[in-house]
Design a protein around this ligand. Structure first.
Ligand code: HSE
Length: 384
């Protein structure tokens, strides 16, 4: 099967290596084209800087998008689907932004659009959800879906390391996005939550409708307070079925030390699904980086080689229904002082709120005219 690879950066380079070295020998998969930027040296005879070379070759059956970002990745993927090619991408930002449009074309052309590497790196998380759905309704999912922030938080918590230094290491290790703003502000997890909800609930929530808070403002004091009270800070993405529909959010969480997530360190991701007959099942592994993500991409290519005709599920666009969501929230930093009236009288040594609707907290935060405080949900346990 002939494959065109768009981009030869971190993920694209890993895909080329796996296919050329491990699978190419068998002749099962063959990369016939590699799309590069015009300024890139043509170091491989398969390289071209003209996408028309790829669309014009009728033997190319699969286009692998490993460019990242919104454009031109979106246009190239749309054109590949329109031309009747299957597409594999790990570009969560682009897929979450354009999913309904791309799915409609894939369904119309009867081709597959697969994106396992977009959520949870090398963990077969989307595959697990698809497998659960063969028997169960999925009620919810929740977990750590960003390797960069987990690397930063784990090193701050376990070794007292500095935020900026750990971010820079995560960039060097190939975990972070080209612009790590998306990692630290929760936007990368927001895209992954959007795509996980598509898979879990066959429902598309616009990414902008999913509230997302990150770890930009976390301090050593927050981590110390959490530790002293039996919690570990993790950035958590979640999606739930509600009585009315679906809801999803991204927020740091003070997870109890008895929660498995508290013990998931380094760049690992871990995410759980709750479903009818299996109950809670948890999937853990390398959530970011060249080889794990490339592994997931190549798994998708093999899936297409094995089942090219499998139709894509229909997905309904839905509102993010936050009306029933309540929580206890930890707030820190100077701006949080203006929210003192929310204080939980039982926990006076930090600004921890009474149990309150998420919508009310979001409304209050949106009215702050200064930098946001660090915001986290406190996991409620029965430990008293
Ligand atoms: N920047 C992402 C992360 C890459 O750190 O998880 C994997 O999606």
């Amino acid at each position: 099967m002939k494959i065109a690879l768009l981009g030869i950066g971190t993920v694209g380079g890993g895909v080329r290596q796996i296919i050329d070295q491990a699978l190419g020998m068998t002749g099962r998969l063959q990369i016939s084209h590699i799309l590069i930027r015009p300024e890139h040296d043509k170091t491989d005879p398969r390289m071209t800087d003209d996408y028309a070379d790829i669309l014009g070759d009728p033997e190319v059956e699969v286009v692998v998008e490993a460019i990242g970002g919104l454009e031109p990745a979106h246009t190239y993927v749309r054109q590949a689907l329109e031309s009747g090619r299957h597409v594999v991408s790990s570009n969560k930002k682009m897929l979450a932004a354009y999913y309904p449009e791309l799915l409609a074309i894939a369904r119309q052309k009867n081709v597959r659009l697969l994106y396992e590497g977009s959520c949870g790196g090398g963990i077969p998380w989307l595959a697990a959800l698809a497998r659960l759905k063969r028997i169960d309704h999925i009620q919810s999912f929740q977990g750590i879906l960003n390797g960069t922030t987990n690397y930063i938080l784990s090193n701050m918590t376990e070794k007292g390391r500095d935020f900026a230094e750990m971010l820079s290491q995560a960039q060097e290790l190939g975990y972070a996005e080209a612009d790590p703003t998306d990692d630290i502000d929760g936007l990368d997890v927001r895209s992954k939550v959007c795509l996980s909800a598509v898979q879990a609930f066959d429902a598309y929530l616009k990414p902008e409708s999913i509230p997302a808070y990150g770890i930009r403002h976390v301090t050593a004091q927050d981590i110390a307070w959490a530790g002293a009270h039996g919690y570990t800070i993790k950035l958590v993405g979640s999606g739930y079925r509600t009585e009315q529909g679906i809801c999803a959010q991204v927020m740091p969480m003070l997870v109890s030390d008895r929660n498995l997530l508290a013990h998931v360190g380094a760049n690992l991701n871990a995410v759980s699904a709750s479903s009818d007959t299996l109950g809670v099942s948890t999937y853990i592994g390398q959530g970011a980086g060249r080889n794990p993500t490339a592994h997931a991409v190549v798994q998708d290519i093999l899936e297409i080689a094995e089942q090219p005709q499998l139709p894509m599920n229909e997905v309904q666009t839905a509102e993010n229904d936050l009306s029933g969501v309540q929580g206890v929230y930890y707030l820190s930093g100077r701006p949080a002082e203006t929210l003192r009236d929310l204080q939980n009288p039982d926990i006076p040594d930090a600004l921890v709120t009474r149990k309150m609707p998420l919508a009310e907290l979001l409304e209050r935060l949106s009215k702050l005219d200064s930098q946001l405080p660090f915001v986290a949900q406190l996991e409620e346990t029965d430990k008293g």
